[in-house]
Write a protein that binds this ligand. Structure first.
Ligand code: UD1
Length: 422
């Protein structure tokens, strides 16, 4: 963990390879609970959230081995009591609920934690499983669900929740009959999970559209796959090049997954060029102000809102960012203000008046993407910054300081008090 020390104002140049997507890898690991035998998942990022999910799975009886960026899972004997300690610290641990319930008929999981970015209810997960015949009890901090065999259901979400779409899609693979999910989330990670499950023998179609149909089968086998590239990590590095007046290339990306971001970058006057699996970027002399509204895919990703807000501090004019997914995702702005940013938060809207020079200072990360934004701000600031609370950033970025250093940033990690460690 420790702390990052950054000396700002060094332009980034060079090439960075993007890792497999955190938000896909975690769910593929959960999906493996539906089958039995040896699984191989390639391009799994070595980040804390993946380690936490690995501990959850190990606590359920799965044997796990990591070899470089490959994860081997041996799923043979399983039980449904999800270990409290690792599960508590990560929201995605709730994704084992659907698979375990479908596979074993019983599951007990602790109410999950995760980033402090707003209220994150589970009503869509729970009401849908109930509709599929599960009996669910929420008792204090535990959720217990039972169902002899789940049955297919016609489910309509009031909001296209990513986690609920995935949980129900996984649960429905072993249910009796057909499940339809309407107003499903359309994120690329959901298509990745559909492909994985179908390779295991599931019968799912429609991922990537708002209606997903799942025909239940009697059992699923093991398989192998490669995780899609992380579009949020990719976006974070693009913004790092931009903020430091740099020029660079991303490899191992799917540019189509970055369309919302690339459109905004072009409106700022940034030169970006998408290849087959690469994106090149060159920062302009002057950044135009911009507007974003976060939303479910293919909308602008909420997970890049904090990072792009830092760019707004350097744009020539006022930018407006509306956060429509989570209700408390502007916590990091207090730190930006201390660095000299001129901004106002008004409920779900953030207005940033640029350009203002940022000054290096002592910064405290409070959540994963907000933490990444502070690292970017430190790279763009005059002088030296320290970023504490790096364990938040480590949840989602593999070796962030090594990648940035190799691109020319002056950044080191020092052992020391991570004031906010939990
Ligand atoms: C996933 C991602 C996260 C990303 C988010 C939105 C993972 C591990 N995390 O989180 O990085 O920011 O998608 O793209 O994949 N909601 C309800 N009821 C529910 C479930 C969700 O009201 O039962 C609401 C949430 O409070 C939130 C919104 O739906 O306001 C979006 O949440 P959701 O799409 O479920 O996000 P996650 O799956 O938790």
């Amino acid at each position: 963990m420790g702390m990052l020390i950054v000396e700002g104002k060094h332009s980034l140049r060079g090439t960075v390879r993007i890792n497999g997507a955190k938000n896909s890898a975690l769910k593929l690991m959960a999906a493996a609970l539906l089958g039995s035998g040896e699984f191989l998942i390639e391009d799994v990022p070595d980040i804390t959230d993946v380690r936490t999910m690995a501990s959850v799975l190990a606590g359920l009886g799965v044997k796990i081995k990591r070899c470089d960026n490959r994860l081997e899972l041996n799923v043979s004997s399983l039980h449904g009591r999800v270990p409290e300690e690792p599960a508590r610290s990560m929201r995605a641990s709730v994704q084992v609920m659907g698979p375990l319930l479908a596979r074993l008929g019983w599951v007990r999981v602790v109410m999950p934690g995760g980033c402090a970015i707003g209220t994150r209810p589970l009503d869509l997960h729970l009401s849908s499983l109930r509709k599929m015949g599960a009996e669910i009890e929420v008792n204090g901090k535990f959720i217990t669900a039972t169902a002899e065999r789940l049955k297919g259901a016609d489910i309509s979400f009031r909001y296209p929740s990513v986690g609920a779409t995935e949980n129900i899609m996984m649960a429905a693979t072993l249910a009796k009959g057909e499940t339809i999910i309407r107003n499903a989330a359309r994120e690329p990670e959901i298509i990745d999970i559909q492909s994985f499950l179908n390779k295991m023998g599931a019968r799912i179609e429609g991922a990537g559209t708002s209606v997903i149909r799942i025909n239940g089968v009697e059992g699923l086998a093991s398989t192998s796959c490669r995780v899609i590239p992380d579009r949020i990590e990719a976006g974070t590095y693009l913004l790092a090049f931009l903020l430091t007046g740099g020029r660079g290339k991303l490899t191992n990306v799917i540019p189509a997954h970055l369309t919302a971001l690339l459109d905004v970058l072009r409106s700022m006057g940034v030169a970006v060029e998408a290849g087959n699996d690469t994106v090149d970027i060159e920062a302009p002399k002057r950044i135009n102000p911009f507007r974003i509204l976060t939303g479910p895919y293919p909308g602008f990703p909420t997970d890049l809102q904090p990072q792009i807000a830092v760019v707004a501090t350097q744009a020539e004019g006022s930018s407006m960012l509306v956060e429509a997914v989570f209700d408390q995702r502007f916590g990091y702005t207090a730190e930006l203000k201390r660095m000299g940013a001129a901004l106002e938060v008004n409920e779900r809207a953030l207005t940033v008046h640029g350009p203002s020079p940022l000054r290096g200072t002592e910064l405290q990360a409070g959540d994963l993407r907000g933490g990444a934004a502070l690292v970017l701000a430190a790279l763009a600031a005059e002088g030296r910054s320290t970023v504490s609370g790096v364990h938040h950033v480590d949840r989602g970025y593999e070796k962030i300081e090594e990648n940035l250093r190799q691109l020319g940033a002056r950044i080191v990690r020092v052992a020391g008090e991570d004031k906010d460690a939990d």
